[in-house]
Design a protein around this ligand. Structure first.
Ligand SMILES: Nc1ncnc2c1ncn2[C@@H]1O[C@H](COP(=O)(O)OP(=O)(O)OP(=O)(O)O)[C@@H](O)[C@H]1O
Length: 364
């Protein structure tokens, strides 16, 4: 990142005696789309509010567009925020709502009109909506008006606090697609707080995973999915299987063995090992789509386990199996490509196999 538009360093936030953020650092590049994800109460909204200027950090440094933001009020920052709950003015028309930030900036009336029209087009809202009131619009349309109002003053950074969580699944999908397109077209930096991990994977250039007021990992969706920092991140995004292993460092990687596959060992290359690997709870992360049911001979190097099919779900493009393997606490999840002929039935004993060198080695 040459020069980040947002540079937050060691941000601490205390509410009374409770610490919501424990020294969070995050940089956002110009034009980048970053998603903040993490369990409820981990500090996502607090961080967003600090970026917006609605909360002051207790400690740490925040620069936006190269300027120190200490004491700079929200309205004077190059940021705009869209909230989860609609914050439209109910007694103002759509045109007045969208044009409101420009009115505050004393932008001439004719220019305001043009820019409001432009935003309406960008948001695919019909021109006759301009004279409507928020209550006369659907939830999705209202959220589009809120986005238009946030973007009309051309902020450098748009901050989005779960803007789609109140919408039904179909509306959400269409607004997600529009948000991605909008981001590409405008070149504005977006920071999105979301509970929806699929949404984060789909929209963001980088994902920041938070837990208990700390940043656990920042990376591309591929990094987060394929190279998670630890079991928490791995379990947070996508479905996971963890196979406990003993690990020994070698010249070119890590040698692993598992009590569940006696006699078998595998060399895991460094690029398949979490950088922060510790000795506590070392395990191989095997994604459900990387496991197969072994009917005949195992392939060279493949590790196999025997288990009983506990349940299966037809998901459409794939069928998901839950297989109970003695010695493993959680059932093994296996995703097999969809087929009209089911490869195994409930209660059947099956052998499952995977290539350990393609798994990812991590720890608690
Ligand atoms: N105004 C406040 N006063 C006191 N505590 C607060 C305040 N705002 C947030 N907190 C606390 O700070 C912590 C972080 O809250 P925050 O809203 O940032 O979490 P979040 O990750 O956005 O959660 P969610 O996903 O549920 O919205 C929580 O423990 C919360 O209770």
């Amino acid at each position: 990142m040459v020069s980040p538009i947002i540079d937050a360093a060691r941000i601490v936030k205390d509410y009374g005696s409770a610490r919501a953020l424990h020294g969070v650092s995050l940089q956002v590049g110009a034009g980048e789309f970053v998603a903040l994800v993490g369990p409820s109460g981990c500090g996502k909204t607090t961080l967003l509010k600090i970026l917006a200027g609605f909360e002051e950090p207790t400690d740490g440094r925040l620069e936006i567009e190269g300027k120190d933001m200490r004491g700079v009020p929200a309205a004077s920052r190059p940021t705009r925020m869209v909230f989860q709950k609609l914050a439209l003015f109910p007694h103002k028309t759509v045109a007045e709502n969208i044009g409101f930030p420009l009115k505050l900036q004393k932008v001439p009336v004719a220019e305001t009109k043009d820019r409001v029209r432009g935003m309406l087009d960008l948001m695919h809202l019909r021109p006759d909506y301009l004279q409507r009131y928020p209550a006369q619009l659907s939830g999705g349309e209202q959220q589009r008006v809120a986005l238009a109002r946030a973007l009309v003053s051309r902020p450098g950074v748009l901050l989005l606090d779960e803007p789609m969580s109140a919408l039904d699944a179909k509306l959400k999908k269409s607004l997600q697609a529009e948000l991605k397109k909008l981001h590409r077209e405008l070149g504005t930096s977006f920071v999105l707080v979301t509970h929806d991990l699929e949404e984060a994977m789909m929209l963001a250039d980088r994902i920041c995973v938070m837990r208990g007021g700390h940043v656990v990992q920042v990376g591309t969706p591929a990094d987060i999915y394929y190279r998670p920092a630890n079991m928490f991140v791995a379990g947070f995004i996508g479905e996971t299987n963890f196979l406990p292993v003993a690990a020994v460092l070698t010249a070119s990687g890590v040698q692993v063995t598992s009590p569940l596959t006696p006699g078998a060992s595998a060399e895991i290359a460094t690029e398949h090992v979490a950088p922060s690997l510790s000795e506590k709870g070392t395990a191989l992360l095997v994604r459900p789509e990387s496991i197969r049911i072994v009917r005949n001979d195992a392939k060279a190097g493949e590790w196999t386990l025997e288990g009983v099919v506990e349940e299966y779900f037809i998901k459409g493009s794939s069928t998901q199996y839950r297989i109970r393997v003695p010695g493993l606490e959680a059932a093994v999840i296996v995703d097999l490509a969809g087929s009209i002929v089911l490869p195994a039935r409930v209660g059947e004993t099956v052998r499952i196999g995977f290539d350990p060198t393609q798994a990812f080695l991590l720890s608690e």
